[in-house]
Design a protein around this ligand. Structure first.
Ligand code: HEM
Length: 300
């Protein structure tokens, strides 16, 4: 039976908190297991969900023999100094979704206390809903996702992993003034969809270097679908998108990212990276509930 962490597919909660941890020196597997179990066991409010993921190196230590084929760390894409996606692979990733910020804050505090002395918090970001499902650039984000639960599961869950999923996270910092300096038609050419109605550009109107053209990929007739669950984040001074996506195979992320960064051999890159830059990048494994129960004695 397939039993993914339920929060992966729950799309309603408006408040998101993302936490990334690095293991502290001397974080022995037994201590890490106990600390992660304590975090997973914390009380949650109605409608609150917790998803946990692990970096390749830690998961192999915590759960020998339970790593899905192909699990690996994120590697930087492109040249440092130029447009590139940096690698900031860490050990543990938490995604808290809830109806309100206070519930997420309490749960995040509890998780952090459970991990004290075992792992160190390296990134904390709160994501919110922006004018429905829009990204801060003003375009709807998520339309191209698979539609029903079955199609989402097919895109997100690793075959034979009981409901486990690969995850990519990247924190993107937007340059809104430069994007907003474009007129709406030019913005639409960058994204590949219309801004207000959210309709995909067609035929000659769709540029080959639009974001949709670079990420809507098929190989041997198979659409390389992923399931995106990103959230806008930030303050007036710094803001952007905490990009989160799930996939059945890391290759799907690799190919989309290579096409975005001009490394797919066709001489094209994604116009969107002229207006936003990735400042973190990591691949995670979100184990199935059965794997979580086996390793930690509790589920997500
Ligand atoms: C600054 C960061 C990003 C922003 C603001 C952004 C925004 C958007 C928007 C507005 C759309 C069109 C609506 C939709 O279908 O959701 C879209 C589509 C899409 N994006 Fe992104 N995105 C970002 C990064 C990424 C990254 C890093 C990837 C892949 C690793 C990606 C993969 C996709 C895919 C697969 C689609 C759907 C294409 C289709 O089949 O129509 N995006 N994105």
């Amino acid at each position: 039976m397939t039993a993914p962490q339920e929060g992966i597919f729950v799309e309603e909660p408006p408040c998101n908190t993302f936490l990334e941890y690095d293991l502290s020196p001397g974080g022995e597997p037994a201590r890490v297991r106990a600390a992660v179990a304590a975090g997973l066991g914390l009380a949650r409010q109605d409608g609150q969900h917790l998803v946990v993921g692990f970096g390749d190196a830690l998961w192999r230590r915590l759960a020998p023999g339970r790593a899905p084929e192909g699990l690996r760390s994120f590697a930087a894409i492109g040249e440092t100094g130029g447009q590139h996606a940096p690698a900031t692979q860490r050990d543990i990733w938490y995604w808290l979704q809830g109806p309100c910020p206070d519930a997420n804050f309490d749960l995040a505090l509890g998780i952090d206390r459970a991990l004290r002395g075992v792992a160190e918090l390296k990134l904390e970001t709160s994501g919110f809903k922006y004018h429905g499902d829009r990204d801060l650039i003003g375009f709807v984000d998520g339309t191209g996702n698979p539609k029903d639960r079955e199609a989402k599961a097919a895109a997100a869950l690793i075959p034979g992993a009981g409901g486990g999923a690969f995850v990519v996270t990247q924190q993107w910092v937007h340059d809104l003034p430069s994007f907003e300096a474009l007129d709406v038609g030019e913005q639409e050419a960058v994204v590949g969809r219309t801004k207000v109605e959210d309709i995909e550009l067609e035929g000659p109107a769709m540029p080959a270097d639009s974001h949709v053209s670079r990420t809507d990929v098929s190989e041997d007739g198979v659409a390389m679908k992923i399931y995106r669950r990103s959230a806008p984040y930030g303050t007036v001074r710094e803001h952007g998108l905490y990009f989160v996506a799930f996939a059945c195979d890391l290759h799907r992320f690799d190919i989309q990212l290579k096409r975005m960064y001009g490394l797919a051999g066709d001489g094209l890159s994604d116009r969107l990276i002229d207006f936003s830059r990735a400042v973190t990048g990591a691949y995670w494994f979100a184990p199935s509930d059965a794997d979580l129960a086996a390793v930690f004695g509790t589920t997500g």
